[in-house]
Design a protein around this ligand. Structure first.
Ligand SMILES: Cc1cc2nc3c(=O)[nH]c(=O)nc-3n(C[C@H](O)[C@H](O)[C@H](O)COP(=O)(O)OP(=O)(O)OC[C@H]3O[C@@H](n4cnc5c(N)ncnc54)[C@H](O)[C@@H]3O)c2cc1C
Length: 59
């Protein structure tokens, strides 16, 4: 596979982006991409079905 095929759009012209991990970083990246790459198809994948809000969880 050539480098162009790895980073280029899908054959239908749409970029397909997978964000692995739906923690703070993954969700922030997905939200930013949704705003800036409007024609892209974005999929967020996480090992868990729900997000645990961990900030100050230990308090
Ligand atoms: C108890 C506790 C309290 C905290 N309190 C604070 C606080 O008060 N203030 C503060 O600033 N920070 C706090 N932190 C730290 C803060 O939670 C982390 O800095 C922050 O969660 C890191 O965000 P992240 O997106 O990098 O990773 P994470 O939030 O860990 O997200 C990573 C995600 O990737 C997913 N994932 C991992 N491996 C895979 C895989 N192979 N396939 C699919 N999905 C995968 C995980 O399920 C997870 O949802 C606390 C942490 C803990 C544990």
């Amino acid at each position: 596979m050539s480098a162009d095929r790895k980073v280029g759009p899908h054959h239908d012209g749409q970029h397909r982006i997978v964000v692995l991990g739906a923690g703070y970083a993954g969700l922030a990246a997905a939200r930013r991409l949704a705003r800036t790459a409007r024609d892209a198809h974005i999929t967020v994948v996480d090992a868990r079905a729900s997000f645990i809000e961990r900030v100050r969880l230990h308090q």
